[in-house]
Design a binder for this molecule. Structure first.
Ligand SMILES: Nc1nc2c(c(=O)[nH]1)N[C@H]1C(S)=C(S)[C@@H](COP(=O)(O)OP(=O)(O)OC[C@H]3O[C@@H](n4cnc5c(=O)[nH]c(N)nc54)[C@H](O)[C@@H]3O)O[C@H]1N2
Ligand SMILES: Nc1nc2c(c(=O)[nH]1)N[C@H]1C(S)=C(S)[C@@H](COP(=O)(O)OP(=O)(O)OC[C@H]3O[C@@H](n4cnc5c(=O)[nH]c(N)nc54)[C@H](O)[C@@H]3O)O[C@H]1N2
Ligand SMILES: [Mo]
Length: 769
């Protein structure tokens, strides 16, 4: 059977981490031409006087530890601190139409932007513009709109608390709540689902809780790539003998075994640590079935125990004192049959029961989850069933136990905390009135999908993006791209060039900003910003590298410049004073959000401070003041999956990418080198269709009942890879697969796109295409 595998496809047999990770860091340092400066830069990551790693939102042991090595953190840092520069002269040699045909990697790989730019349609190029002229042009376009609700203000989760706070102040003073943000494509199911369950939309655990956990459940996240510093925590737990039960359609190598670059012994002896105690390859979209299945096991063993004269397996005193709704949940679970659970999860009853038994044996349980849970049309229900599962034995609000959503961008949680939300609550509006003397509009604005829909329909005419690459990150590039080209105004605050900037509007402006690693000097001296990690820890971050040019400004300064030009003296906001000294921005944050009391003092403590998470002390901020067991109807997010001709596609990140930023073309742990034009399929699914590995396939999305148009959605010419993935499913890379996802394919409760369950058909590509 040893037929030749497609070019660049190998089987990766080693553990994750190890020497391969060190080698990858050395390569990315040299590719970004930052060998000398880069090594010093890496030593400042997550140190008390250094900057917060722009890689992920996993917390640090008090931000005071010695250097913690992380391959993908190093890639994020070197990508930003690159010596490469994209100056205005670059556009003298390249038109926007020409650049459109470049690969996304090549666009960003031109390096850091050095000057503000405006698009000149007569020559199809970006040309330099003075800062003041840029701000005035933006102000004129915003003020020309009939209604402030015709403008959209997008935030990507790298923005600091200070920048995000000023952004929401500017936009609320301008008069809209149109705040699409990257979180709407990411953990919105958590932000909507958890407040209904436990009264707060954040995780309840701290890093220390992992030291006391007796079992860890991991659903739909890939920490070896996306939260690499979490591997230290998982490895320590595994070494203590804590069972780690994984549910993931793909066998992610780091969740199987990991060689810690921190461990001299593992590095010297080429050994590694087994991470998962059990690895269940659930079908994409099968998590609701798994969770209900495990709860079924728990209830069945509970009844059996009581029949045998025991006290049962539930935490009855917790349930009685702290929760509502257990009866309705139990009825729903009783009515769910094992046949349904097995069919939809793709797992056997025995496997799910064994996972339930691990849960029952452990006193303290932590459940971690990522995009495999949230990016579904039933993402909110998935999150709420996780809360149910934990609450059955009181595993929320005590040491060693709790819910742990793995956040995305390094400050996505902080941005939401300081006011980036399309649905402001009364506390936010009251706080803004207290701090600035005006009451912003309360009317709900647009989330990310709604913003793109409004842009596509021509209802919204201006888009200002605080970072990110919205057009490429969003579903349905055909609709999204066409809409963006019809805008009156598109403005991007950015460090590097990306495809969204090439979707030119009547007026398009690119504003180059400082990144985390750059030194930010204002009138009163060097400034720090603050960020909040996945576990609600807030701390300071200060860059130290010389900025890419004298014309690059901090995000906060750029926002203040646009705001002053647009609003003039409206509401008497002291924009300049706040930019002179960011302590003054933090003083205002503290007035709006009392939880940030003594903000400036507390971020000067090493390690910062933790924002309160009421559920972690069993203070339930739900209307009934109790945690809620909530029922999710049914099991199956997409009835079409029963069509045997269809496969369910999930979209994933490679090891060499940061969202739409493609660092390189390898995906080492999955054995893919030098390419991304592949689709991972089960060998039986290939064979039953008369196909084989290496065939070039066209992939078409099955039409979904909620779609609004009949346009075919097709991604062409992907090479089939036979892969260890459950039959009936497929996986491909984000963002290449986004053309298969209709804009209307999202969770109706949270607006999160269903990026992880897309019904598709595959066929041999038409030759010659
Ligand atoms: N290096 C690096 N770090 C990152 C990022 C990056 O792109 N690169 N992105 C950042 C951001 S914004 C985010 S949101 C996070 C993302 O971090 P993750 O949540 O780890 O992101 P994904 O690659 O989308 O991986 C999801 C995992 O879920 C699995 N999966 C897919 N579908 C399902 C399903 O239906 N059920 C279950 N149980 N599992 C499923 C996939 O096989 C994969 O292992 O990482 C952050 N950190
Ligand atoms: N199919 C599919 N689609 C997805 C996902 C998926 O799993 N599958 N995941 C979704 C998720 S979880 C997310 S979070 C979104 C990501 O959506 P975004 O956050 O919009 O995308 P990024 O790729 O992270 O943005 C990268 C760009 O940010 C800019 N940038 C980098 N650093 C800075 C900085 O410090 N300041 C400023 N101002 N700009 C900076 C650079 O120009 C870079 O090109 O994509 C979503 N889309
Ligand atoms: Mo994300």
């Amino acid at each position: 059977m040893a037929s030749k595998r497609p070019d660049g496809i190998e089987t990766y047999n080693a553990a994750a981490g190890g020497w391969g990770a060190l080698k990858a860091v050395a390569e990315s340092l040299s590719r970004q031409q930052v060998v000398a400066q880069g090594a010093a830069t890496l030593l400042k990551v997550n140190q008390p006087d250094g900057f917060d790693c722009p890689g992920c939102a996993w917390p640090d042991p008090k931000h005071t530890s010695s250097f913690e090595f992380c391959e993908n953190g190093a890639k994020a840092v070197t990508w930003e601190s690159t010596a490469k520069r994209l100056t205005p002269s670059f556009f003298a040699s390249h038109t926007v139409s020409e650049l459109w045909d470049w690969h996304d990697h090549d666009l960003e790989n031109q390096g850091r932007l050095t000057h503000p730019l405006i698009y000149d349609a007569t020559v199809d190029r970006y040309v330099e513009i003075e800062w003041d002229d840029a701000c005035r042009t933006i102000a004129d376009a915003l003020n020309a709109l009939r209604d402030p609700n015709m403008a959209e203000f997008y935030t990507s989760g790298r923005a600091s608390n200070e920048a995000a706070f000023l952004f929401q102040l500017f936009v609320r003073a301008y008069g809209t709540n149109n705040f699409p943000d990257c979180s709407n494509m990411c953990h919105e199911a958590t932000s909507v689902g958890l407040p209904q369950s436990i009264g707060v939309g954040k995780g309840t655990v701290t890093l220390e809780d992992f030291d006391y956990a007796d079992a860890i459940f991991s659903f739909g996240h890939n920490p070896g790539t996306n939260h690499p510093r979490m591997m230290t925590t998982l490895r320590e737990a595994a070494k203590r003998g804590v069972p780690i039960v994984v549910f993931n359609p793909l066998k992610e190598r780091a969740l199987e075994r990991f060689a810690s670059p921190q461990s001299a012994v593992e590095m010297a002896t080429l050994t590694s640590t087994e991470i998962s105690s059990a690895y269940h390859q659930v079908r994409p979209g099968g998590d609701l079935a798994v969770l209900k299945g495990m709860m079924k096991r728990i209830f069945q063993r509970d009844s059996a125990d009581i029949e045998n004269g025991g006290n049962g397996m539930l935490d009855r005193s917790f349930i009685a004192e702290h929760t509502d709704g257990i009866e309705a949940l139990r009825t729903d679970i009783d009515e769910t049959t094992w046949d349904q659970i097995e069919a939809i999860s793709g797992l056997t009853r025995a496997a799910i029961e064994s996972a339930g038994d691990v849960y029952l044996k452990a006193k303290n349980v932590i459940l971690c989850y990522g995009m495999g849970i949230t990016q579904h049309r039933n993402g909110t229900s998935n999150v709420q069933q996780i809360a149910n599962f934990l609450m059955l034995r009181g595993n929320i609000g005590r040491e060693g136990a709790g819910i742990c959503p793995l956040r995305g961008h390094s400050n996505v949680q902080g941005d939401r905390t300081v006011g980036i939300t399309e649905a402001p609550n009364a506390a936010l509006l009251d706080g803004m009135e207290r701090a600035f003397g005006f009451r912003p509009a309360a009317e709900k604005g647009h989330n990310a999908v709604e913003a793109v829909e409004a842009i596509s329909d021509g209802r919204s005419k201006a888009l200002i993006c605080l970072g990110g690459n919205l057009a490429v990150a969003m579903s349905d590039p055909d609709a999204t791209f066409a809409g963006m080209r019809k805008l009156d105004l598109a403005v991007h605050l950015t460090t590097k060039l990306n495809r969204s900037h090439l979707l030119t509007a009547r007026t398009s402006i690119i504003l180059p900003v400082l990144g985390r690693t750059d030194l930010d000097i204002q009138a009163t001296g060097p400034q720090s910003v603050t960020v909040e990690d996945s576990m609600s820890m807030v701390h300071a971050s200060r860059g130290f590298l010389k900025p890419p040019s004298d014309s690059v400004r901090s995000e906060s300064a750029v926002i203040a410049g646009m705001a002053k030009a647009t609003l003039g003296n409206r509401h008497g906001i002291a924009w300049d004073a706040m930019i002179e000294n960011y302590d003054r921005i933090r003083d205002k944050i503290e007035v709006v959000f009392p939880d940030f009391h003594d903000f400036n003092e507390r971020i000067r403590q090493p390690g910062g401070f933790r924002l309160s998470v009421p559920a972690s002390i069993r203070d339930w901020r739900t209307p009934a003041k109790k945690a809620q067991f909530l029922v999710a109807e049914g099991l199956n997010e997409d009835p079409q999956v029963s069509d045997p001709d269809l496969l369910t596609l999930t979209t994933i990140r490679s090891h060499d990418q940061y969202n739409t930023t493609i660092y390189g073309m390898d995906d080492r742990y999955r054995g893919v080198f030098g390419r991304r034009d592949v689709i991972f399929l089960n060998g039986d699914d290939l064979a039953s269709r008369g196909l084989s590995e290496g065939d070039i396939l066209d992939v078409e999305a099955a039409r979904n009942p909620v779609e609004i148009d009949d346009r075919p959605r097709l991604v062409r010419r992907l090479t089939a890879i036979a892969y260890n993935i459950p039959s009936g499913s497929a996986a491909g890379y984000y963002p290449e697969m986004n053309g298969l996802i209709a804009l209307s394919h999202y969770d109706r409760r949270s607006g999160t796109p269903g990026f992880k369950s897309i019904p598709i058909r595959i066929r041999l590509a038409t030759p010659g295409d």
